[in-house]
Each structure stands twice: as structure tokens, then as C-alpha cells.
Design a protein around this ligand. Structure first.
Ligand code: NAD
Length: 319
């Protein structure tokens, strides 16, 4: 028999958080979703509000929170450059103070705690594909540093709490993930291309489009979260979660055009500063410890994501 757990999800009204809340409820848990609605919206969790096992609380993780829970998933943090560079000081505070507050809570109530870290901790990597023991190539003073270094410091805090206070930690390094409920205009490549294609606007490629990315469908990623949280205490991570299938940005653009049937043309613009040229996870550890690997092919995931954006854009048009 599965025990009903009380699970806290920070950043639960965001893209990944809302899918995680949904999944945890489906597994029969009580979910407390907290969010300051900086990039997340109530709309993302609207369908969950009628479920009496779901609670939504407006709260900023840079302030302490005292609640009784069994597990904490710490996802709160703006994740796209447009959003995290909007107020970089707040971004670092969210990662660092947020981690301190959530780790403090986990210590107090003896909860397991999961950290949504990122492939950005590898910066512009010299090792390809990236394994967890690669220490990264990050610019500590560049415009992306608030996010990259904030997340690196959060990992440091997780491992110090683990060593110093014997906390049960689970650190996931998440690679590019896409799916329904991504923001329509946050500058992330999948949402950008889909929205531009659906509107028949030119598709903007930064650089020559030969830079590669890996794209994980959200359902696959959330399965990885759940499996990681369920591992024995000695499995702490960091553990890469992402799809190792590598595509060039140009291939992605062409696939989006094909799947939307759009007449959009490709336009090329200069690469932003510190934009990594290659990013691909090595998921050997996830396969070994979680028996996990992504299942949804890019084409299928894109179809579902395109359907979501098509509906969203029609609703926005209708006012
Ligand atoms: N989506 C990806 O591809 C990806 C890749 C790597 C890491 N991640 C990490 O996963 C997590 C979720 O990312 P996402 O893609 O769902 O982004 P998102 O922007 O949709 O979600 C982040 C959520 O955190 C909330 N938030 C931000 N600052 C907060 C604060 N101070 N207090 C409380 N809530 C706050 C936002 O309102 C939002 O709901 C982030 O920590 C991100 O760094 C995501």
C-alpha cells in the first residue's frame, strides 16, 4: 500500500512545477504548491484547484516557511535568460536564500529534499557529452552568472547540509526540457520557434544554427524526478536528467516548420554572450540508479507542445 505523503513543491505554478504537482496528486499524495507567481501562473494549476489534496500558497522562497511536510521539491527559480536576467540580484537570492530556507525547513521537519539544478552548472562545457563529474566552465561575472552561479551555490549548500546535518538530499541537473505550459514568450528555443511558426512570423536562429541542444519532453523528466526522490538515502546525485538525443538548432526549426505546416522563413541573428555551443547529457548515472531514460521522441513531444500553443494562441486572440 502506498503511503500518502505531504509534499511541498516550490515554484509549483511554473512549467515543470505544475506537471510535477499533477503527477504527485495522481500518485495519491497531498501537495502544497508555493509560488510567488513571478513566471508561474495560477492558470497552470487551475485544473488542480478543485482537488482537496492540493493547496496553493503565494510565498517567496527568499523568506522562511514553516510547514510540516515529508518531502520537498525545490523548483522555485526563473529559468529562462529573459526572466532570470530581469532582476539578477533577485535570481541569485532565489537560488541561494531559497535553498537555505528550504534546507532549513527540511532539517527541521526531517524531510527529503530535491533540488532542481541545471545543466547550466556546466557553463560552456569543454567536455561533451557532460558527465556529473565535469566541473564546468562558467563565467562568474557574466550576465548568465546570476543563474549559473546561483544554482552552483545552491548545490554547494545541499551537499554541505548533507555532510554537516545528514540531510537526505537529491540533486538533479536538468537539461533543456519542453512541453505544454512553457511560457509563450520567454525566449526559450522550443517555445520561440513554435510560436513564431504558428504566427507565420520569421523563425529567429541565433548564430548559424549549427549549435546543438538536447530536448527532453516534460513527462519523461517528471518521471525522473519521482524516481530520484524514491531512491535510497545514499543516492544524493548530482544526477543528469535530460534527453541525450542531439539536434542542431536548425534541425529543430525545420522540424517545427514541418509539424506546424508553417510558411515561416529562417532568419539568423548574432549569438548572445556566453551561449553554450553544445549541450548534451550523459545519462549513464540516471540509467544505473533510476532505471530511467527518456521515452518520448522529439517529433511526438513537439506535436503535443504545438497543440498546446495552438490552443493558447487562439484563446489569447479571442481575448
Ligand atoms: N525547463 C527547463 O528546461 C529547465 C532546465 C534546467 C533547470 N530547470 C529548473 O527547473 C525549475 C523550474 O523551471 P521551469 O522551467 O518550470 O521554470 P518556470 O519559470 O516556469 O518555473 C519557476 C517557478 O518558480 C517561481 N518562482 C520564481 N522565483 C520565486 C521565488 N523567489 N519564490 C517562489 N517562487 C518563485 C516562478 O513564479 C515559477 O512558477 C527551475 O529551478 C529551473 O532552474 C528547468
Amino acid at each position: 500500500m502506498m503511503l500518502r505523503k505531504r509534499v511541498l513543491v516550490t515554484g509549483g505554478a511554473g512549467f515543470l512545477g505544475s506537471h510535477l504537482c499533477e503527477r504527485l496528486l495522481a500518485l495519491g499524495h497531498d501537495v502544497l504548491c508555493i509560488d510567488n507567481f513571478f513566471t508561474g501562473t495560477k492558470d497552470n494549476v487551475l485544473a488542480l484547484l478543485d482537488d482537496h489534496h492540493f493547496e496553493l500558497l503565494r510565498h517567496d522562497v527568499t523568506f522562511p516557511l514553516y510547514v510540516e511536510v515529508d518531502e520537498i521539491y525545490n523548483l522555485a527559480c526563473p529559468a529562462s535568460p529573459i526572466h532570470y536576467q530581469h532582476d539578477p540580484v533577485q535570481t541569485t537570492k532565489t537560488s541561494v536564500h531559497g535553498a537555505i530556507n528550504m534546507l532549513g525547513l527540511a532539517k527541521r521537519v526531517k524531510a527529503r529534499i530535491f533540488q532542481a539544478s541545471t545543466s547550466e552548472v556546466y557553463g560552456d562545457p569543454h567536455v561533451h557529452p557532460q558527465t556529473e563529474d565535469y566541473r564546468g566552465n562558467v563565467n562568474p561575472i557574466g550576465p548568465r552568472a546570476c543563474y549559473d552561479e546561483g544554482k552552483r551555490c545552491a548545490e554547494t549548500l545541499f551537499f554541505d547540509y548533507y555532510r554537516q546535518h545528514k540531510l537526505r538530499i537529491k540533486v538533479a541537473r536538468i537539461f533543456n526540457t519542453y512541453g505544454p505550459r512553457m511560457h509563450p514568450n520567454d525566449g526559450r528555443v522550443v517555445s520561440n520557434f513554435i510560436v513564431q511558426a504558428l504566427k507565420g512570423e520569421p523563425i529567429t536562429i541565433f548564430g548559424d544554427g549549427a549549435q546543438t541542444r538536447s530536448f527532453c519532453y516534460v513527462d519523461d523528466l517528471i518521471e525522473g524526478f519521482i524516481r530520484l526522490m524514491a531512491t535510497d538515502d545514499e543516492v544524493t546525485g548530482p544526477i543528469n536528467l535530460g534527453n541525450p538525443g542531439e539536434f542542431t538548432i536548425r534541425q529543430l526549426a525545420e522540424l517545427v516548420i514541418a509539424e506546424t505546416g508553417s510558411k515561416s522563413k529562417l532568419v539568423f541573428k548574432p549569438l548572445p554572450q556566453d551561449d553554450p555551443l553544445q549541450r548534451q547529457p550523459n545519462i549513464t548515472l540516471a540509467q544505473k540508479h533510476l532505471g530511467w531514460e527518456p521515452k518520448v521522441p522529439l517529433k511526438d513531444g513537439l506535436k503535443r507542445t504545438i497543440a498546446y500553443f495552438d490552443d493558447l494562441l487562439s484563446r489569447m486572440k479571442a481575448g
